[in-house]
Design a binder for this molecule. Structure first.
Ligand code: ADP
Ligand code: MG
Length: 302
């Protein structure tokens, strides 16, 4: 008796499936959608409800107004059926626009930001203002840098000084973004905040953070000189980072509102007193690592 019941149940279910499939196919657009799939009807019949979900997304894609307007459940992806042996598997497949977008943004994976605004990853050399003559030697240097990188001994970075808002950070970031597009990993560090967070990570991931910065193939220490100096930050953080990078020829960039002379002065005075020798040693390392340049310009901040 049990067996007969099972057979009857199975048949009833099959009939239900066929009915709901036929119902769905009364929608001409849906019918055309499934007809175009390289899947036999006897298999399709079992997936009406999922095919309908997929159809909704397919229609959204047909009327696409751009990635930012995507109506699909996972933006940029379409819920797509694919036959595998005798079953259909559904998965979210990136659309052409999303694929292009993913490709164009892949370089961002090579950029590690520490307390920097994430928009900095969008900075591009193409957009660097050309109305300003003080940028010309810097851009020329960038071209040389890109040319030389990996060819012989790695080129030096820049110590870029200049007034607040003149575009120093943007400029260096635009070079590092280009390098990231060439698959070089770069770390961009807002130095004053990095020191604060490093200090509070003694119990946790201090070594990991410190070593990451120290060994990054290209490093930007942004706004150096704006931090509160202490013996610890000068002698235990900055000193060893610069020493390691010098020995390993790792390009290092700095931006600062201070000239090297002003930075030396600032580094010599800490809360524990005055130490001109230690400050001098740091400046010597920066000089070994970089070429000093100046960016003079109006404040671009609004
Ligand atoms: P600085 O580091 O010298 O203080 P920033 O690099 O932060 O200056 O630049 C100041 C502002 O101007 C920022 O908001 C930055 O995004 C913008 N900016 C600077 N240079 C450019 C550029 N070439 N194109 C677009 N925006 C820029
Ligand atoms: Mg800056």
């Amino acid at each position: 008796m049990k067996n007969i019941n099972n057979i009857v149940d199975k048949e009833v279910n099959e009939i239900k499936l066929i009915h709901s499939f036929q119902d769905a196919c009364s929608n001409k657009e849906f019918y055309e959608f499934i007809k175009a799939l390289p899947i036999e009807e006897e298999i399709l019949i079992k997936y009406t409800s999922l095919l309908e979900d997929s159809f909704i997304e397919y229609k959204n894609c047909k009327n696409c107004k751009g990635l930012n307007h995507c109506k699909n459940s996972v933006s940029g992806y379409c819920y797509t059926p694919k036959k595998e042996n005798k079953i259909i598997k559904f998965s979210y497949v990136a659309c052409k626009r999303k694929e292009k977008n993913l490709e164009e943004n892949a370089y961002k994976e090579n950029l590690e930001l520490f307390d920097m605004p994430k928009e900095i990853k969008e900075a591009t050399l193409k957009e660097v203002y050309t109305d300003d003559k003080s940028r010309v030697p810097i851009i020329r240097y960038f071209k040389e840098f890109m040319d030389q990188y990996n060819k012989k001994e790695s080129p030096k970075g820049l110590y870029l000084t200049g007034s607040f808002g003149s575009g120093k950070t943007y400029l260096i970031a635009s070079l590092l973004n280009e390098m990231a597009k060439k698959k070089v990993c770069c770390a961009l560090v807002y130095y004053p905040e990095f020191l604060r967070s490093l200090k509070s990570s003694f119990q946790t991931d201090y070594n990991e953070r410190f070593n990451f910065i120290k060994t990054s193939p290209i490093l930007l220490l942004d706004d150096i000189g704006a931090e509160n100096e202490s013996n610890w930050s000068r002698d235990e953080v900055l000193g060893p980072i610069l020493q390691y990078r010098m020995q390993n020829h790792l390009p290092t960039f700095f931006t600062s509102n201070l000239t090297l002379e002003e930075l030396e002065n600032s580094l010599s005075i800490t809360s524990s007193g005055v130490d001109k020798v230690k400050a001098r040693r740091i400046i010597e390392r920066i000089k070994q690592l970089t070429i000093p340049m100046e960016l003079i310009g109006k404040n671009r901040r609004n």
